[in-house]
Design a binder for this molecule. Structure first.
Ligand code: AMP
Length: 113
């Protein structure tokens, strides 16, 4: 099977600035930012979308949330940010390798679009 865009990034086949990395996850800047700060928190394990995850992914999923909080703190985002997971093409997902969007630096309205 061909590798996903995010596997190519972590394997350095596609250039990207990796802001954070550990055994389970990594964080990059979104190439098409929708806010002054727009990061992607990505598991190294390829889970195509959140609804494909299983009980065995519990640790990974929890880890991604903790990494989001840690990166937000390290970047001084003043505890003001939004996390988004697009699940499925109809919900706006374009890369089928699970990732959490972290958005910050502008007012974030509710309900989202
Ligand atoms: P989604 O549409 O939820 O699947 O999010 C995929 C995100 O990946 C989009 O926000 C894209 O802008 C972003 N993206 C696509 N290619 C790259 C890349 N080479 N480096 C960083 N982000 C990317």
């Amino acid at each position: 099977m061909s590798s996903t865009l995010f596997e190519k990034i972590i394997n350095k086949e596609i250039p990207s600035e990796i802001l954070y990395e550990d055994d389970i996850s990594f964080v990059i800047k979104d190439i098409n930012p929708q806010a002054p700060t727009h990061l992607l928190i990505i598991p190294k394990k390829v889970i195509p979308k959140l609804s494909d995850s299983t009980q065995e992914d519990q640790e990974i999923l929890g880890h991604l949330m903790l990494v989001a909080g840690k990166v937000a703190e390290d970047l001084g985002l003043d505890e003001t940010f939004r996390l988004v997971v697009n699940n499925g093409a109809k919900a706006g997902q374009s890369v089928f390798h699970l990732h959490i969007h972290l958005l910050s630096g502008r007012s974030l309205n509710w309900p989202p679009g």
